[in-house]
Design a binder for this molecule. Structure first.
Ligand SMILES: C[S@@+](CC[C@H](N)C(=O)[O-])C[C@H]1O[C@@H](n2cnc3c(N)ncnc32)[C@H](O)[C@@H]1O
Length: 246
């Protein structure tokens, strides 16, 4: 199903099965395609990854005291990109295969931690792993499209519970340019699988932030489309980012 405008919930078991299948397609020569797709266009994956890091990494203002929580971290693409000295990085993802791969890829770094868990149950995952530190940097990269509205709000609410008073949140999401678009068990030729995702409009995401993050002292410091036309190959959706600070 491909629904424009209306509201329809997606099923997380289907999303989990999709990502388990993606994990099986991991390819050392083009590692980030597992979570960035474009399987047949490794050059585009490389260029998008480079552009994203060039634009967004400086906005995180990392320093040696930074404690980064990467929600829905995949195989730790952002952990790879963080090469400056930080205090700690913790990635959480519900796909166990991705977490195992991320641990393997980061085994030489002693300040990188990867846990299995759901985006909307961050506090539970941290508790289960006896994590006590509060974070001052949050990453939500390509994570919100896989959540229903209620869980999007829960995820935003939980951020406030796991951070210090002063913090930066960087969100990068594909959004519906003119209207909300829901794909539910939609067969994608490109991905050779059924796909489930909710592309919200920019305003829908901000409305959710108002109820959860703004009331907890956050404000948007920066927002824009991430890629220019050359790197965007979709008509209805495009990658967008927000930087929130308090
Ligand atoms: C598009 S990938 C992005 C991965 C990573 N943030 C990156 O930028 O490379 C989406 C990730 O979200 C994870 N994911 C989807 N739904 C989730 C959920 N409900 N809880 C936790 N992780 C989820 C998937 O397993 C996948 O790793």
């Amino acid at each position: 199903m491909r629904l424009k405008g209306g509201h329809e919930e997606i099923n997380y078991d289907a999303t989990k099965a999709f990502f388990n299948n993606r994990a099986g397609k991991y390819n050392e020569a083009n590692p980030y395609a597992v979570t960035m797709y474009q399987d047949n266009n490794p050059e585009l994956v490389k260029q998008r990854n480079a552009k994203e890091m060039e634009k967004l990494l400086p906005l995180l203002k990392l320093d040696k005291n930074s404690r980064v929580l990467d929600i829905a971290c995949g195989i730790g693409r952002w952990s790879d990109a963080i090469t400056t000295e930080i205090d700690k990085y913790c990635g959480i993802d519900f796909c166990e295969e991705f977490i195992l791969k991320a641990r393997e890829l980061n085994k030489e770094k002693n300040n990188r931690f990867f846990f299995t868990g759901k985006s909307n149950e961050i506090t539970v995952s941290l508790l289960n792993n006896e994590w006590e530190d509060k974070f001052n940097r949050i990453l939500l990269i390509g994570a919100l499209v896989y959540l229903n509205d209620e869980d999007l709000e829960n995820t935003f609410k939980q951020i406030s519970e796991v951070i210090t008073d002063s913090a930066i949140v960087v969100i990068r999401e594909p959004i519906g340019i003119d209207e909300r678009l829901t794909l539910k068990q939609h067969f994608s030729e490109e991905l050779e699988d059924n796909y489930n995702a909710i592309y919200r409009t920019r305003d829908e995401i901000v409305a959710s932030m108002e109820k959860t993050l703004f009331v907890n002292g956050f404000k948007i410091n920066d927002e824009a489309f991430l890629f220019d036309k050359a790197l965007n190959n979709r008509k209805e959706t495009a990658q967008y980012y927000f930087v929130l600070e308090r």
